[in-house]
Design a protein around this ligand. Structure first.
Ligand code: ADQ
Length: 535
C-alpha cells in the first residue's frame, strides 16, 4: 500500500449526521442513503476528518452538536454551511436535477438551468476552502461523489499539495448521454486533476474513457495493472474500478441476534407466513419502484394460484422531497399500491404492504431476515447496497436475490442471483414465480455463493483497494512509475504515448453479456408470453 503519512480527509456533500431543527431546538439524525451507510461502516475505527454539509446554514452555531456527534466516532467532523439559495441550486438543482438523472441515463428529466452551474462552481470552491484550511501536505483528501467533481482544481488553486482522490458512487454515462451536458469539458478536465479516480464498475470506467476519447482527445490512456493511467498535459491520474461493499461481518453478526430473529418471526406471523418478497429503497425514480409494482401485479394476474400466497413488503425512505420529480413519484407509487391492493386484497391477505419511513437498523435487519425473496430492481444504479445487505442478513441460507442487470451489483452477484431487466415486467414476474418455487437446496447453494462474494468484497476491502491505488506524488506529475504499478503496456499497432486507442481499452473493459439464470431441478417453470398490453 502507498503509505499515507498523514490523515485521510473524507469529503462528501453530506456528513454522516444531519442536524434537524425543530421549534424547541435542534437534534442529530443519521444521514440516510448508501454513501453515508458505507462510509460510516468502513470508517468506524479509522482516525481522520470528515468534511461535509450537516443540513444547516451559515448563521447557525452547530459546533456543540458536531462535537457530540464526533464523541462516538474516531474521526472529527467539519461542516460546510450552505445558504438556502445554495441548497436549492447546488444540491437540489445542479446535483439532483442535472447530474443525478443524466448519469442514470434519464436526460429527459434534466433541468439544464445555467444558474445551477454558477452555484455549483461556487459551492465546490466553498467546500475546497474548508478542505484547504484543514489539510496538511501529507494528508490524503478523498472526495466522494457527483456533488463535488470540481474540488480538485479549486484545491490546487488554493495551493494545496496533498494527494487527492475521487470516487463516483453513481454510474458514469456513455458519451452519447454525457455529451448532452453543457459543461462536459470543464467537468472532465476537473476530474483529471485528481490523482485517483474511482468507479463502481467496469461499465462506468469504460464509459469515462470513451467520453475522454470523444471530448478530450488530447488525453492519453495507458493500461497499468490493475488500473489505467490517464494523462493530460503535465498531469497523470490513476483511473480504476473499486466496487463498493458493506460491513459483512457486522451485518451477519447483528442479524443473528435473538431479538432480530424474534422480530423477524413476528413480521412473518403478521404479514405472511408464506412467500414474503422485500423491496427496500430510497424513494427515487432510478430505483424502479413503479416498474417493480407493475411486475408484481403482472405476477398476480398471470399466476392466480399465487394470490394469497405471496406478499410484497415495499419499504421506502423519503428522499429529496423538495424536487418536483420526487413528489410525482410518491403519488405514482401510492396510487399503484392502492390499485393493486384494491384489486386483489382478500380476507386475511393484503398483497402489498407499503412502509414510507426510515427504518432503524434493527428493524431493517428483521425485514431482511423475514424475507424469502429480495427484489432489487433499479433501472440504473452505481452499485446498490440493499442487494448486498440482504445477502449478508441471510444467515438461515434460505433467501433468493432477484437483482437488476443495470445495478452495479447485478454483474457482481450474477453467479448466485436471478438477474433481470427491470423494464421487462414479464421477466421479473417469472423470476418471482421461479424464486418462490425454488428448492431449498438450490436456494442454499445460491445464497452461500452470494454471501461469499459479499463477504470477500466488503467495505474494508473497498477502502483498502482505493487507498492502495494512490500513486506516489512524483507519479502524478508524469514522473516514474510508483511501486504499486506495473509498467503500462505499449500499443503494438500505434506506438507512442497513446494507448492501444482509447476505444480499444473501452471495448476490452465492457462487461460480458447478461447470463441467464439456471433453475433448480424441481422448480415449476412456465413459459410466459409477452406482457404487452397488460401494463
Ligand atoms: P443510494 O442510491 O442511496 O446510494 P443504496 O446503495 O441502495 O442506494 O443504499 C441505500 C441505503 O439506504 C442502504 O444502506 C439501505 O439499507 C438504506 N435504506 C434504504 N431504505 C431504507 C429505509 N426505509 N430505512 C432505513 N434504511 C434504508 C448511492 C448509489 C448506490 C451505491 C451507494 C454506495 O446510488 O448505487 O451503492 O451510493 O456507493
Amino acid at each position: 500500500m502507498n503509505e499515507i503519512k498523514g490523515r485521510v480527509i473524507n469529503v462528501s456533500n453530506r456528513l454522516p449526521v444531519l442536524i434537524r431543527k425543530y421549534a424547541g431546538g435542534a437534534r442529530l439524525e443519521r444521514s440516510s442513503g448508501g454513501l453515508a451507510t458505507a462510509l460510516e461502516a468502513g470508517w468506524r475505527d479509522q482516525p481522520g476528518v470528515w468534511i461535509g454539509w450537516a443540513g444547516t446554514g451559515p448563521d447557525e452555531n452547530i459546533e456543540p452538536l458536531l462535537l457530540r456527534a464526533a464523541h462516538r466516532r474516531s474521526y472529527t467532523l467539519r461542516s460546510v454551511a450552505l445558504t438556502e439559495e445554495e441548497t436549492a441550486k447546488f444540491y437540489s438543482g445542479f446535483a439532483n436535477e442535472i447530474i443525478w438523472p443524466l448519469f442514470h441515463d434519464m436526460p429527459s428529466r434534466c433541468n439544464f438551468d445555467p444558474e445551477y452551474w454558477e452555484i455549483y462552481q461556487r459551492v465546490n470552491r466553498k467546500f475546497a476552502k474548508v478542505v484547504a484550511e484543514t489539510a496538511q501536505e501529507d494528508d490524503f483528501i478523498w472526495v466522494h461523489d457527483y456533488h463535488l467533481m470540481l474540488t480538485a482544481a479549486s484545491l490546487k488553486e488554493a495551493g494545496v499539495r496533498a494527494r487527492m482522490g475521487f470516487f463516483l458512487h453513481i454510474p458514469f454515462p456513455s458519451p452519447d448521454v454525457f455529451e448532452k451536458l453543457p459543461w462536459k469539458k470543464p467537468i472532465l478536465k476537473s476530474l483529471l486533476e485528481f490523482d485517483v479516480i474511482g468507479f463502481q464498475g467496469d461499465r462506468d470506467r469504460s464509459n469515462f474513457v470513451s467520453c475522454l476519447e470523444r471530448l478530450l482527445p488530447e488525453a492519453t490512456v495507458e493500461r497499468g495493472s490493475p488500473h489505467l493511467l490517464v494523462g493530460l498535459e503535465e498531469r497523470r491520474s490513476v483511473v480504476g474500478t473499486f466496487p463498493i461493499g458493506i460491513d459483512f461481518e457486522a451485518f451477519g453478526r447483528d442479524a443473528a441476534r435473538p431479538e432480530i430473529a424474534a422480530h423477524a418471526a413476528e413480521i412473518r406471523k403478521r404479514v405472511s407466513d408464506d412467500v414474503l418478497v422485500l423491496g427496500v429503497d430510497r424513494l427515487d425514480y432510478t430505483k424502479g419502484i413503479p416498474e417493480r409494482l407493475k411486475s408484481f401485479r403482472l405476477l398476480l394476474r398471470r399466476f392466480p394460484e399465487m394470490r394469497g400466497h405471496i406478499t410484497l413488503v415495499q419499504v421506502v425512505v423519503p428522499s429529496r422531497e423538495e424536487i418536483p420529480n420526487y413528489k410525482h413519484l410518491r403519488r405514482e407509487v401510492e396510487l399503484l399500491v392502492s390499485q393493486i391492493n384494491g384489486e386483489y386484497t382478500e380476507p386475511g391477505w393484503v398483497p402489498v404492504h407499503y412502509i414510507h419511513r426510515n427504518l432503524g437498523r434493527d428493524e431493517l435487519l428483521a425485514y431482511y431476515r423475514a424475507a424469502d425473496i429480495g427484489l432489487v430492481t433499479p433501472l440504473k444504479d452505481g452499485m446498490n447496497l440493499v442487494a448486498k445487505e440482504f445477502c449478508a442478513a441471510q444467515i438461515d441460507e434460505r433467501g433468493v436475490l432477484i437483482v437488476s442487470e443495470f445495478a452495479g451489483a447485478g454483474p457482481e452477484l450474477r453467479s448466485g442471483a436471478i438477474v433481470v431487466n427491470p423494464n421487462d415486467f414479464a421477466e421479473v414476474a417469472q423470476a418471482l414465480y421461479d424464486a418462490a418455487h425454488m428448492t431449498a437446496e438450490d436456494k442454499r447453494s445460491r445464497i452461500r455463493l452470494l454471501r461469499q462474494i459479499v463477504k470477500d468484497h466488503n467495505v474494508h476491502r473497498w477502502i483498502r483497494s482505493f487507498l492502495e491505488a494512490i500513486p506516489s506524488s512524483d507519479r502524478t506529475k508524469g514522473g516514474p512509475v510508483g511501486d504499486s504499478w506495473s509498467p503500462p503496456t505499449p500499443s503494438k499497432d500505434r506506438p507512442g504515448q497513446k494507448m492501444p486507442g482509447v476505444a480499444l481499452v473501452a471495448s476490452a473493459l465492457s462487461p460480458p453479456g447478461r447470463p441467464r439464470y439456471a433453475m433448480g431441478k424441481d422448480a415449476k417453470l412456465r413459459v410466459m408470453s409477452s406482457a404487452a398490453g397488460e401494463d
